[in-house]
Each structure stands twice: as structure tokens, then as C-alpha cells.
Design a binder for this molecule. Structure first.
Ligand code: ASP
Length: 467
């Protein structure tokens, strides 16, 4: 007999079905045993009566979270027993056969509630159990729907999904790199990408014109509520475009997605476009929360911030640094400030913000190798340094480069907001703790002396801590 999912049982009234899943709760009412059976689609109520002798004796053994397979008849629930909160609340399945597939120890925590009150360490150590709770399952499914929508939308718009390498080169892109030692080239390192920025620009030189990737970006930074060392971006790059083209593409994509997947959320279209300086003056930040009612969980206030300065001074070191990154094209009128008053330059950067969060940054890119070199120099690199780090990009621009620009919305943050979650860990299947550990895999972890030797690495000092 073919397996039926719990959510579909209502279509099989009067028929015999085979169900499989976890026994979430088991209750006895007099002689009758009720089991709430859970599978990926939801719950259904199983009824076992002593008349079905074999099934009944099996049911008596079952404890919470045992995995079972059963066959039974789908029946309408008696009046008064209907559960309007449950999708399958009008029916129940009278079990005729029950097979126990796997037993389970008592879980370290309850999975029936939202789970916010349980300590993070415990939840992440047993993440595979934590993910059994309905809230997290819903978040993962919602996330998949969102990324599936993005893929479909972009493919229809002529975008090509392309994977870029995870083993790349360490270049100063704003954050600290994660380094990967090379075994074949002792003393040399790959870096994990802080974003596919340079690859996507090189794909534009390659003539791809419309690229996207649901890409992992890795930055060795301290984690925070809305930040993890690795995060996922919808990375986009387009050729022969201006700021407005990229902005309207994303605005259309997200507006269509909201209509289809989140019809109950209140959003305003078109998104307001706010000047950076105005935002700072009016809201004191470049990621303003412009919701009318900040207590309304269904209000989503998207906006664009534009006319960012190209550069700013680092608050701690006083050094000049790009507001976004060093490939951002300045606005035409402000290129002439580069030599003498670079802080007056205004860039083509556009940020997508929502409810006080920055969801994406993007820009039109520099394509003139001379201008790009000037920017590298402004940021403290000399010519040979810049060529050593970014020679590939400068050289590529000498072989016919189309004007191009892009953006990279953060999917974790977007999902956090759409699912009304307090932090991005709730929308990531296997996140790290606030201090960048994975208590389930127990990583970061020590490696063997042999592994280190193969990589020609010596650990100079072991910090005290958990091994
Ligand atoms: N690579 C940039 C980032 O990760 C986004 C972009 O400029 O497209 O923020």
C-alpha cells in the first residue's frame, strides 16, 4: 500500500490508508488510545481500540517520538471531538495494524511549544530534535518557497544561475577572511569568499549579462543576533544597466513574491526612495524603520536608500574606507572629487532596507581600470600591491567590459522578518551559537598532528578552552 501524508488523510474518508511518522503524544481515554502522529505535512489523530487486538497491544508499548508505520481507516470524528485548530481536525484514523520502526529516548526538551525559552546551547546541540518543532519546520518550508520563487522569477527574466568557487583568494573586501591552508602549496592559503563579488563581475566580462546565485558568503566576524559567520545571499549582477534597472528588478521580484507568498503582510509599493543624508537627518540611521505602527507584526516597510557617500573615515582608526566596497562606481558628477576631496564623493550605491534592517546593498560598478586603480591607491594600496591583489580584475577590464551593476539581498534576514522571528538563527537549519560554535558537531574542533603536518602548519600557542 502506498504511503499517505497526514495532511492528505481528509481526502480518503472511508478508505484504508498507510501512514508513517513520529508518535508525538499518546493519551489513553478509558480503554481507547489516541496517538498524535506527526509527519512533514502535519499531524493526524490515530485511534486504537481493544477490538483491534494486535494494533492495541503494539500501541500500548509506544512512547513519545517513536517512529511508527500504521494502516487504518479514515473516519469522521464524532461531533464535539472536532479540532478546528488542526487541518486534519475533522477526521481520525482507526488503526488496524501498527508496526514500530524505531524507538526513542526521552527528548532533552519539549518540541510541542515554540521553544524560545530553551537555552540556545541545548537547542543547537540537539538541533535535529529542535527542528522537529512545528515553528522551525514552517520556517524551513517558507524559506524554500521564497528561494524557489526567486529562482523561478529570475530564470523567467533571463538570468542564469551560476555557481562560483568556495576556495578563492584572500583580498581585502571589508571583513576578515576565513583562510584554508593549501596542502599542495605549503604556506599558501585559499580564502572562503566574503561574497562572490569579483566572480560575478568577471562573469559580466565573460558576457553572461544576467547572473544570479543563491550563494553563501563567509566572513570571520563576531556573530550577533542578525549576523552569522556564514550567511546566504541572493547574489545578482546585470550588464548594460543603470541604478534604476537593478532597483526595479528587485522591487518587482519582491513585490510579486509578497503577493504570492505573504498576501497578509502590509507593504507599500512603490518603495519610498530616501536620500542617505535625509535618512541620517530624519531617522539618525541609514537603515530607518519607517513603519507606521511598529507593533504590527504584519507591517513590512521596504525602502531604498540612495546617494550614499563613496567613502567614510573608520571611527576607530581614522582611515579612509569605502562605505560599501571598493568596486562601487561614483556618480558621474562626483568623480572629479577623487583626487582632492574623496569624502565628498557620492556613489551609485543603493541599499534595500526594511523595518530597521539593511536587507541588501548594491551598486553600479567601476569598469574603468584607471579609476579602479585610483580607488585602490586611495585606500592605501600601492600599484604593485593592488595588482597583486586585484590584477585579475584590472586586467579583465582591459578586454571589453560592459557597464554592470548588481545587488545581494540577505536571505536569512529577509526570512527572519517575514517569519516574525527575533533572530536569523530561527530561519537557518544549522546555525552557529552567538560565539560561532556548533555544539551539535562540536566544532571548531582540534585536528590531528598528521593533518597539521600535511598542511605544514604548527600551532604556536593553544588557547585554553574546551577541546
Ligand atoms: N557583494 C556585495 C555584498 O555582499 C553586494 C553587491 O554589491 O552586489 O554586500
Amino acid at each position: 500500500m502506498e504511503r499517505v501524508f497526514n495532511a492528505d488523510t481528509t481526502k480518503y474518508l472511508g478508505k484504508t490508508v498507510k501512514l508513517q511518522g513520529w508518535a508525538q503524544t499518546i493519551r489513553s481515554h478509558g480503554k481507547i488510545i489516541f496517538i498524535d502522529l506527526r509527519d512533514i505535512s502535519g499531524l493526524s489523530q490515530i485511534v486504537v481500540t481493544p477490538q483491534n487486538e494486535k494494533a492495541y497491544s503494539q500501541a500500548q508499548k509506544i512512547r513519545p517520538e517513536w517512529v511508527i508505520c500504521l494502516e487504518g481507516t479514515v473516519k469522521e470524528r464524532p461531533q464535539g471531538m472536532i479540532n478546528p485548530k488542526l487541518e486534519t481536525g475533522k477526521v481520525e484514523i482507526e488503526a488496524e495494524k501498527i508496526e514500530i520502526l524505531s524507538e526513542a529516548k526521552t527528548l532533552p526538551f519539549s518540541i510541542e511549544e515554540d521553544g524560545y525559552e530553551i537555552g540556545e546551547e541545548k537547542r543547537l546541540k540537539y538541533r535535529y530534535l529542535d527542528l522537529r518543532r512545528g515553528r522551525l519546520r514552517k520556517n524551513l518550508i517558507a524559506r524554500q518557497r521564497v528561494t524557489a520563487f526567486m529562482r523561478e522569477f529570475l530564470q523567467k527574466e533571463g538570468f542564469i544561475e551560476i555557481e562560483t568557487p568556495l576556495l578563492t583568494k584572500s583580498t581585502p573586501e571589508g571583513a576578515r577572511d576565513f583562510l584554508v591552508p593549501s596542502r599542495l602549496y605549503p604556506g599558501k592559503f585559499y580564502a572562503l569568499p566574503q561574497s562572490p563579488q569579483q566572480y560575478k563581475q568577471l562573469l559580466m566580462v565573460a558576457g553572461i549579462e544576467r547572473y544570479f546565485q543563491i550563494a553563501r558568503a563567509l566572513r570571520d566576524e563576531d556573530t550577533r543576533g542578525d549576523r552569522q559567520a556564514e550567511h546566504t545571499q541572493l547574489d545578482i549582477e546585470m550588464s548594460f544597466v543603470e541604478q534604476n534597472d537593478v532597483m526595479s528588478l528587485l522591487e518587482n521580484l519582491i513585490s510579486e513574491m509578497m503577493k504570492k507568498l505573504y498576501p497578509n503582510k502590509k507593504t507599500i509599493v512603490p518603495w519610498p526612495i530616501i536620500n542617505y543624508q535625509d535618512s541620517i537627518k530624519k531617522y539618525g540611521t541609514d537603515k530607518p524603520d519607517i513603519r507606521e505602527n511598529k507593533n504590527d507584526p504584519d507591517e513590512i516597510a521596504f525602502a531604498w536608500i540612495v546617494n550614499f557617500p563613496s567613502f567614510e573615515l573608520d571611527k576607530q582608526t581614522g582611515e579612509i574606507q569605502p562605505v560599501h566596497h571598493m568596486f562601487v562606481q561614483p556618480q558621474k558628477e562626483s568623480v572629479s572629487f577623487l583626487d582632492k576631496e574623496p569624502l565628498k564623493m557620492v556613489s551609485t550605491q543603493y541599499d534595500w532596507v526594511c523595518n530597521g534592517y539593511e536587507l541588501a546593498s548594491g551598486s553600479i560598478r567601476i569598469t574603468d581600470p584607471v579609476l579602479q586603480m585610483k580607488v585602490f591607491k586611495l585606500l592605501g594600496m600601492d600599484e604593485s600591491d593592488a595588482k597583486g591583489k586585484f590584477g585579475h580584475l584590472l586586467e579583465a577590464f582591459e578586454y571589453g567590459v560592459p557597464p554592470h551593476g548588481g545587488i545581494a539581498p540577505g536571505i536569512d534576514r529577509l526570512m527572519m522578518i517575514l517569519q516574525n522571528e527575533p533572530n536569523i538563527r530561527e530561519v537557518i537549519a544549522f546555525p552557529k551559537t552567538g560565539d560561532s560554535r556548533d555544539p551539535m558537531m562540536d566544532t571548531p574542533s582540534l585536528v590531528t598532528e598528521e593533518q597539521l603536518k600535511e598542511l605544514s602548519i604548527k600551532i604556536s600557542k593553544k588557547k585554553k578552552g574546551k577541546s
